[in-house]
Design a protein around this ligand. Structure first.
Ligand SMILES: Nc1ccn([C@@H]2O[C@H](COP(=O)(O)OP(=O)(O)OP(=O)(O)O)[C@@H](O)[C@H]2O)c(=O)n1
Ligand SMILES: O=C(CO)[C@H](O)[C@H](O)COP(=O)(O)O
Length: 627
């Protein structure tokens, strides 16, 4: 956390942190129990697992680190100016900070991380293939991975020459860029041409400036623990980094999004981009500290003048941690406007704990007047030349131990950043509890409303009617009876409202074409850009005999459809209801499955009496089978 002094109007500390909840209880699928009991309203689930089918992200070797606890040993030799007084420490120890807040450590307690020394980490082998680099990628001079879109030698030698030669030691570690493939346009628009695919089709940026973003995602998440770096931990099935990318991507006036990851996770990041259909993203290899990663990200724009023209140097660059998933356009826009005017700007939040400084003997030295200080959060924005100039001038000490980009702009470019009051959700995922909190926020944002669209023959009308009725006792239900292909205005209204869960009841096997209509409408609405949409295809079946037969052809077709929809952030499920048994019971079971899916409990269990649930997104396996 970096503290900023501000004039003293008394502000009450904002307790914006989210208390951790209890892990979810195993769900019971007992018909005798009320749904309410089965679905605790705000469940917590363990989320720190890598997302399915994405190459397992690696923590990598221990990196040069600043001490996280304040209990460290002697500081490294300082080349940069050092605070006169011992710096500050949050009063209640490390765990007392807000989620995402950094503790300001005593300058006398900044040890190097045990493990590899900085020198060892710096000794990056030259000319070898980067671990985890994508097929076809190679490491150019200075450990630079060069993607297929970059001509050999381009990104290394010439770019190096363009920069301060005295800094080559650091520049050698610069990452290569990997332009990732972009996907088609939104809604009914035709897929963009090559130029658009590079930069997307964008609205005007605030103040008419060109804007791009750098998302540092090259950390190893030591404080969170676990084998997976936090940015790759799945939250509601999607890696954390993907939320931050999505947040930038949905801001139409951001041209390019540079995601900086460690060399061993380049492949993972590329897979995430592919899987979630992220657009306008370039992956760059990170450095051993956050500052070095950001510097690598910025170099891509600066070097562009001398090499390939994949990205253009923006007037303003946004820097936003990949582990701060909840950033809204409003705050991004404010910091960009402020950066345009002042050269630099960053989001701040009130402090929740008083900051105190300890003396060498471990006793209180002094404390700060809380109302005069702020916690520095993200996003931050800078005139590109200012922040890039600052990084070019800064010392190794700054790069290895600094925590604040705004500080670099001040120190090296005499730019006093404008501080912009941020929203409470800007905190950084740092500890494991923050992952639970992030999951909870995402679930809170998910709509607790279901739209049931029924399109069945009269003979099945009763069944079509019963399903929404069964759901109504648990969740808000909008039930409409239409044919999707008619592009119903009632459905349009529902889509433009806060409903992100759709159940299509059909008696025509899966009715893929109609479901596609709905996917198109949803895509046009941009809802899936903001929230994952759940689409459950319910097929009402009157079996000739007592067995189900899904049929390979149908299954392949619907799985393909689900795969495509998932790229658009629409999660498709199939539910086959055999209502020959007891209609009411079957409907109750079906409603139960629907609730499980909508509330995020789609587990690998199956109701084996009359309902088959196909988990079409995710693992894509038949998880239930009626025998
Ligand atoms: N060498 C690094 C270190 C950090 N980061 C990124 O900077 C952001 C904020 O850093 P932090 O919370 O400190 O992440 P980690 O370094 O991963 O966490 P920890 O300090 O607990 O190891 C994260 O998105 C992280 O991935 C980076 O790009 N390169
Ligand atoms: O503190 C910050 C704001 O100025 C940075 O946003 C950053 O998140 C710090 O991360 P780290 O934990 O790597 O220092």
């Amino acid at each position: 956390m970096t503290l900023f002094q501000s004039p003293p109007p008394r502000m009450k500390g904002n307790n914006h942190h989210i208390s951790a909840g209890v892990p979810s209880q195993p769900l019971e699928l007992s018909e005798g129990r009320a749904f309410r009991l089965l679905f605790p309203r705000r469940p917590w689930r363990c989320v720190s697992r890598p997302t399915e089918r994405i190459p397992a992200p690696l923590r990598g070797s221990p990196r040069a680190r600043r001490d996280r606890t304040g209990r460290g040993a002697a500081p490294p030799p300082l080349s940069a100016a050092r605070p006169e007084r011992p710096a500050c420490r949050a009063f209640k120890g490390p765990m007392a900070a807000m989620p995402g807040q950094r503790l300001c450590l005593p300058a006398t307690a900044v040890p190097r991380c045990p493990g590899r020394s900085l020198a060892a980490v710096r000794a990056f082998p030259r000319g070898c293939r980067a671990r985890g680099a994508p097929a076809g990628a190679r490491v150019a001079r200075g450990g630079r991975a060069v993607g297929p879109g970059v001509r050999r030698g381009q990104a290394s030698g010439r770019a190096l020459d363009s920069l301060d030669r005295g800094r080559r030691g650091r520049i050698k570690q610069a990452g290569g860029r990997l332009r990732c493939s972009c996907r088609g346009g939104r809604g009914a628009e035709p897929p963009p041409g090559p130029a658009e695919m590079e930069h997307g089709s964008r609205g005007a940026a605030p103040g008419g400036v060109s804007v791009s973003a750098v998302l540092p995602a090259g950390g190893s998440g030591e404080r969170l623990g676990g084998a997976t770096p936090k940015q790759f931990c799945a939250v509601q099935g999607r890696p954390l980094v993907s939320y931050a990318v999505l947040a930038m991507e949905r801001i139409s006036w951001i041209s390019d999004i540079i995601v900086v990851v460690s060399s061993e996770n380049i492949e993972t990041m590329k897979t995430i981009i592919e899987k979630y259909g992220h657009k306008r993203v370039t992956v760059v290899e990170g450095g051993i500290t956050r500052h070095r990663s950001i510097f690598n990200g910025l170099k891509v724009f600066a070097e562009n003048e001398f090499s390939s023209h994949l990205v253009q140097k923006p007037d303003v660059v946004i820097i936003h941690d990949a582990v701060r998933p909840f950033v809204e356009e409003d705050i991004v826009s404010k910091v960009v406007m402020a950066a345009k005017e002042h050269g630099a700007a960053g989001a701040i939040r009130p402090l929740v704990s008083t900051v105190i400084a300890s003396a060498a003997d471990g006793c209180l030295d002094h404390s700060l007047e809380r109302t005069r200080y702020r916690a520095s959060e993200m996003p931050q924005a800078f005139l590109f030349d200012i922040i890039y100039g600052a990084y070019q001038q800064c010392t190794d000490y700054d790069l290895d131990y600094g925590t604040e980009c705004l500080h670099l702009a001040l120190k090296y470019c005499k730019t006093n950043a404008r501080l912009v009051e941020g929203t409470a959700d800007l905190w950084k995922v740092t500890y494991k509890r923050d992952l639970y909190a992030a999951e909870s926020i995402i679930k809170d944002n998910l709509s607790q409303e279901v739209c049931v669209i029924t399109n069945v023959k009269e003979t099945l009308a009763q069944v079509g009617f019963l399903l929404p009725e069964s759901l109504k006792s648990q969740i808000k239900v909008e039930a409409i009876s239409i044919s999707l292909s008619k592009n119903d205005s009632c459905l349009q209204n529902i889509i433009s409202g806060p409903c992100y869960n759709f159940v299509c009841v059909n008696d025509e096997r899966w009715a893929i074409q109609e479901a596609q209509e709905l996917v198109n409408m949803l895509e046009k609405s941009n809802i899936p850009l903001l929230y994952p949409v759940v689409l459950i295809l319910v097929y009402l079946d009157i079996p000739e005999n007592n067995s189900f037969s899904i049929g390979m052809e149908g299954l392949t077709m619907i799985k393909k459809f689900a795969r495509e929809a998932k790229k658009k952030n629409i999660l498709v499920y199939g539910l086959l209801i055999q209502y020959k048994i007891a209609v009411q019971t079957t409907q109750t079971r079906a409603a139960l499955w629907i609730l499980r899916i909508v509330l995020g409990y789609e587990e690998d269990n199956a109701d084996s009496e009359g309902t088959v649930c196909l988990k079409l997104s995710g693992k894509q396996t038949v998880i239930g089978n009626a025998s």
